[in-house]
Design a protein around this ligand. Structure first.
Ligand code: FAD
Ligand code: NAI
Length: 466
């Protein structure tokens, strides 16, 4: 290692991208530090993202199963009582446990945590709080934060107009909640509060929910969330929100123009996307520019245009997902150590953790068709013995393969455990599988995963159970 620098690797940000990069760099024998200004490690994902949202999704799912028909249908009659403090307590415990776990891993692997905000002095020097620290390699893993909606002021403390962080921390169930943006955050957190008793309206600018997902999935998502009791206002934009005391009034109008109307709510969740964190990082000092979307561009090894400076995770192009950031974290550390770290950006699964779950990997049918002829096989969860037995009839699995080679191009699914099932599809695609390979793989019975096998058989034209 090069002793002219304080460290071989200095990572900025300890989210899933940064903490993984730091640990792997240390494992590879590099002297590593990680600057993180937050009180706890783990970034957005562990503190205010993936983990706390899943804690509330899991708990609220049980509540709804008890309050609604799901448990009664199986002969379990209960009248649940909501203890929101305890539910929020177990969310905080989950976060505390996991962020503490990363601190333990830093110690175990001898990664130094510099507990302060970092900014560039030059390409090998950072100002971290009052300290000046040098490193041969610097990895930018600063993540992303909420995109503000012009004219709408978020105040998480007050809890009337909130972003995802505020929506995780509500201390009472709002009577009426309006979600601005029918994407992943809006649907996950909207579902949490709907299950706990809020009346939820989702206002979405586009004509369908969940942009980026396969067309069939998006259409079905609209039907499922409506059936669950969410009101959907598609092709609608919010032009303003005013707050008086504990009430908000939203002005909305059709996306392509027309008469406006007002909606009142006790809580408004702004979830219209996230933007890369580069403010206050001093990129000017090293002559590094961001692209039109505010992202830092890199090559396939995650090198930026500036020698010795690398970038990964939400701050670079690609889906803003924790597992994408983690894999880039591994790869960047391996590249810095002189190995060959690669991320296959064509095979990154995405999951919406509602009930049922929505998941996909690879190309949508629409995108695949633009590239050439495809074969498509679909299988409904209603015809899957396990899903049917478990009273989970919603959803389907869809396999898209190349018409000529049969190589799998994309897999999309809606199922209670789609987030777990999608791993198999990702693995198959990573191995260059054909739909026939999946169709002739023995799947355990009775499992939800058999629906993937049958969808692959449907590509071949011969499923058994439909
Ligand atoms: P981040 O996790 O954002 O971490 C960046 C860290 O850098 C932060 O802790 C920040 O404090 C620190 N930092 C920034 N600038 C500086 C600086 N100059 N000096 C020092 N420190 C700095 N993704 C999934 O895959 N699955 C999910 O279920 C999921 N759920 C989500 C739910 C919500 C509500 C939200 C908001 C996001 C969710 N995401 C989910 C997205 C996921 O959180 C991000 O993709 C992921 O955290 C990105 O990792 P990252 O390491 O790039 O950045
Ligand atoms: P998103 O991009 O998923 O959805 C935003 C939605 O808001 C889009 O449907 C968009 O059309 C709509 N929109 C934009 N402007 C609008 C306006 N003015 N009025 C009405 N609608 C408008 O963004 P979201 O939900 O904020 O999540 C941010 C990111 O966080 C996601 O892209 C995802 O990468 C990550 N995330 C991932 C999760 C997961 O993997 N399960 C869970 C939560 C977040």
């Amino acid at each position: 290692s090069d002793q002219t620098y304080d460290y071989d690797v200095l990572v900025i940000g300890a989210g899933p991208g940064g903490y993984v990069a730091a640990i792997r760099a240390a494992q590879l024998g590099l002297r590593t530090a990680c600057a993180e200004s937050r009180e706890t490690l783990g970034g957005t994902c562990l503190n205010v993202g993936c983990i706390p949202s899943k804690a509330l999704l899991h708990a609220s799912e049980y509540f709804e199963a008890a309050a609604g028909k799901t448990m009664a249908r199986m002969g379990i009659k209960v009248t649940p009582e909501l203890d929101l403090d305890t539910m929020q307590g177990q969310r905080k415990d989950a976060v505390k446990g996991l962020t503490g776990g990363i601190e333990f891993l830093f110690k175990k692997n001898k990664v130094t945590w510099l507990k302060n905000h970092a900014s560039f002095v030059d390409a090998h020097t950072l100002k971290v709080g009052d300290e000046t620290v040098t490193a041969k390699n610097i990895v930018i893993a600063t993540g992303s934060s909420v995109t503000p909606l012009p004219g709408v002021e978020v105040d998480n403390e007050k809890g009337v107009v909130v972003d995802s962080t505020g929506a995780l921390e509500l201390s009472a169930v709002p009577k009426k909640m309006v979600v601005i943006g029918g994407g992943v955050i809006g649907l996950e957190l909207g579902s949490v509060w709907r299950r706990l008793g809020a009346e939820v309206t989702v206002v979405e600018y586009l004509d369908q929910l969940l942009p980026g997902m396969d067309g069939d999935i998006r259409k079905e998502a609209g039907k499922i969330f409506k059936k669950q009791g969410m009101e959907l206002k598609l092709k609608t934009k919010v032009t303003g929100v005013t707050v008086k005391g504990k009430k908000a009034t939203l002005t909305v109008e059709p996306a392509d123009g027309g008469d406006s109307e007002t909606i009142t709510a006790d809580c408004v969740l702004v979830s219209i996307g996230r933007k890369p964190n580069t403010d206050g990082l001093g990129l000017d000092a090293i002559g590094l520019e961001t692209n039109a979307r505010g992202q830092i561009e890199t090559d396939h090894s995650f090198r930026t245009k500036v020698d010795g400076v690398w970038a990964i995770g939400d701050v670079i192009p690609g889906p803003m997902l924790a597992h994408k950031a983690e894999d880039e974290g591994l790869a960047v550390a391996e590249n810095i150590a002189g190995q060959t770290g690669i991320v296959n950006h064509d095979v990154i699964p995405s999951v919406v953790y509602t009930m049922p779950e929505f998941a996909g990997v690879g190309l949508t049918e629409e995108a695949a068709k633009e590239k050439g002829a495809v074969k498509v096989g679909k299988f409904p969860m209603l015809a899957n013995s396990r899903a049917k037995t478990n009273h989970e009839p919603d959803g389907f699995v869809k396999v898209i393969s190349d018409a000529e080679t049969d190589r799998v191009l994309g897999v999309w699914m809606i199922a209670s455990v789609a987030g777990t099932m999608i791993a198999q599809a990702a693995q198959a695609m990573e191995f260059g599988a054909t739909s026939e390979d999946i169709a002739y793989t023995c799947h355990a019975h009775p499992t939800h995963s058999e629906a993937l096998k049958e969808a692959a058989m449907a590509v071949q034209g011969k499923p058994i159970h439909i």
